[in-house]
Ligand binder design. Sequence first.
Ligand code: 7TS
Length: 416
Amino acid sequence: MGAPGLQAVAAPFDAERVKREFPILARPVHGKPLVYLDNAATAQKPRAVIERLARYYEEENANVHRGVHLLSERATAAYEGARARVARFLGARDPREVIFVRGTTEAINLVAQTFGRARVGPGDEVLITGMEHHSNIVPWQMLCREKGATLRIVPVSDAGDIDLADLERLLGPRTRLLAIAHVSNALGTVNPVKEAVARAHAVGVPVLVDGAQGAPHLPVDVGDLGCDFYAFSGHKVYGPTGIGALWGRLELLEEMPPWQGGGDMILSVSFERTVYNRVPYKFEAGTPDMAGAAGLATALDWMAGLGPEALLAHERDLAGYAAEQLAAVPGARLVGTPRERAGVVSFVLKDVHPHDIGTILDREGVAIRTGHHCAQPLMSRFGLAATARASFAVYNTRADVDALVRGLEKVRRMLG
Ligand code: 7TS
């Protein structure tokens, strides 16, 4: 409680202090301090998450849902506790709506192979946007090929946005699903997902949101977004690799056939007939990544501890500053100037191949990504084979952006 008459003032976000919680960020690269700007590919892990993994293996490890012994109970508690934590992170009503998967890619394939296979038939359509990551393109392409259905694409503007009028026009009587990125990994565009869901639902089309780049940067509330599926990867929200989640509306999950067959997804098996387990276990065949789930829960706690508003404001500031500074580098051109940006800035330098930018920056200790960013159709849309991409996390600072810009000046001196 503040003193009467005084406004409560939030403590300024201290990214340098946050950075000190990440052991890897203190390690030099090529003898230089590391400036890690490849967070859209994977984020680094705070000590809390690393220690949680060790503690799981040192104190709790056993298989889940199987033993009556103490360790199995502990492992199950850690795993199911993590499910409840993920549900809370997503604003889900019920932990049963959370299915643990390896990551976004597996989540989308699960939906394509179960929901998609059951609902999409010859002549039907699946609608995606022109800025999707390959993992929100190829599973639908495979499904459409198998079913004799058609993949339709919402076009992307020169600025890197979609137009809701185009979306509305493409939502036809044969559309069976809309699959859309919350945030583009290649441009940083924040898509108007809530409005897109409203348009799709108005004509009875369910919506899957690829939240791989949304979950790390934006508050997620599946109830507010109104979507039917939301997928994200643990490793991009400061959690371990190999774990992620698919959230699905309970009614849809109940109706969907299982995907992989095996242990844990069954209630009973005979050679004549198998009775499947209830949701979510129906979709979790085999021994899951218990340690990963526990680590993910810790990562989400850790993020929550930073304060979602402070995190959002800090990252907005960084992305805005980076876009401004990069646009001012002579010969540089931003690829994508979307209405709203989160976490990512893509650019090209006149007469310099993006790969050379990445290699020279690496020698300066600055890690960025160069290439097509698993969004080749989007690159073609902009007439490019590749871009250089800087992507941000909570521990990045304006000084990191300055280091990137200094590195680019060196690139220009060497190659420009
Ligand atoms: N969707 C989007 C929007 C992504 O950015 C990524 C990964 C995925 C799906 C797949 O996630 P995964 O965890 O299953 O691999 N994006 C990136 C990237 O931008 N650079 O490396 C991976």
